[in-house]
Design a protein around this ligand. Sequence first.
Ligand code: APR
Ligand code: ZN
Length: 364
Amino acid sequence: MVKAAVLYEQKSPMIIEDVELDDPKAGEVLVKIGAAGICRSDRHYMHGDAPTLLPVVLGHEGAGTVEAVGPGVTSVRPGQQVILSFVSSCGRCKSCLTGNAHLCDAHAAAGAFMFDGTTRLHKGDTRIHHFGKTACFSEHSVMPEAAVVPIDTPIGMDIAAMIGCCVPTGVGAVISSAKVKPGSTVAVVGCGGVGLNVIMGAAISSASKIIAVDIRESQLEFAMKFGATHTVNASDKDPVAQVKELTDGKGVDYAFEVFGSADTTKASYDMTAKSGTVTVVGIAPVGAEAGINAVDMVRNEKTMRGTYYGSTQAAVDMPKLVDMYLSKKLPLDDLVVRHYSLDQINEAYDDMDNGEVGRGIVMF
Ligand code: APR
Ligand code: ZN
C-alpha cells in the first residue's frame, strides 16, 4: 500500500488515500518519491481542460530515490537519487532516432500506462493510471527505466524535482528551442514556475532586454529577481502596445508564451518584431485556436514554433542543468517558496490558481 493523491473525476479535488502498487516488472524501477512540483500541466487535467483516463495519479515534476529495480535494469541501482522525466523515451522510434527523445512515439502511444499496456497502481480490481508514467503524487511510484535520470552529486529533492519539468521546459525553450542570441530582446508572457525559468534562460543567454509580462503585480516583482529587466502588467493595458513601447516600437526579437491560451499566444505573436521568433511553451485548453495575421507573418518573416519539454533530451540535458545549478548559473533555490505535504496538495493547487509566486513543492 502507498499513499497517493488520486483524481477520480475532473473538476473535483484529488482524494488522498492508500492504493496498491505492484513491484516493478522487467525494465521498470520503483522510486521512493522525495518531492513533486505543483505544475500547471497537472492542473489542466484536474480542471478538465485536457482529456485524461480516470482514475489517475497525476504528478510529472518529481525526484526521488531508487528503491528497487526490475529485471534487466542497468542504468540505475537502489539508493541513487534520480530526477524523473515525464517522457520515457524508447530509444528506437523515429522521434528518438532523430534527436527528439522528448517526443517519443512509443511513450505517447502507451499514454498513462506502462509500456506493456498495464498499470502498477490499482485499488482492488480498479486500475489506476500513471500520468506521464511518473505518477509522482504518491509516496512511491513504479516507472520505466527511461523515466529516471540519476544524479551524481546529491541536491535538494525540491530542486531536483524542478529539474524534471519547469527548469528544462523554461530554460530549454530558450537555449535548445529558440536558441536566443546574445544582445536580443525577449518578452516572457506568463511568469509562473515555467516563465521564471524562461527568464533565467534568457539571462544566461545574455539577452539585452527581458520583458516580463503577467497580469499580477506580485509575479512581475518576483520576476525581477530572476533577471527580468522590465515588466508589463497585462491586466490594465494592452501588453502588445506596452512591449512595443519598450522596444522603440519594433517589438521583441523573441517572445515566449508561457501561460497557455489562445489570447496570450496571439499577443505573443503580435509583440514579436520583424524577423522575430515566437515560441509557444504553454499548453492551451484542447481546441484553442489563435488568430494569427497571415500577411504579417510573411512580410515580416516571423517564425512561430511550439516547444514541448523545452526540447530536452532528459538523459543528457538534466545532468547539465544540475551542473548549472551547482555552479550558481541558475538561482533555483529562490524559486521554491512553499513546501506542502501530500495531504495539502489540493490546497497547493488552489494557491497556484490564486496567483502565489514561484514554485510550490510537495515534500515527502
Ligand atoms: N497574460 C499574462 N500572464 C498571464 C495571463 C495573461 N493573460 N493569464 C495568466 N497569466 C500568468 C499567471 O498570473 C501566472 O503567473 O501566467 C502565469 C502562469 O504560471 P503558473 O500558473 O505557475 O503555470 P506554470 O506551471 O508556469 O505553467 C505555465 O507552461 O508547461 C506549461 O502546462 C503548463 O500551460 C502551462 C504553462
Ligand atoms: Zn510541468
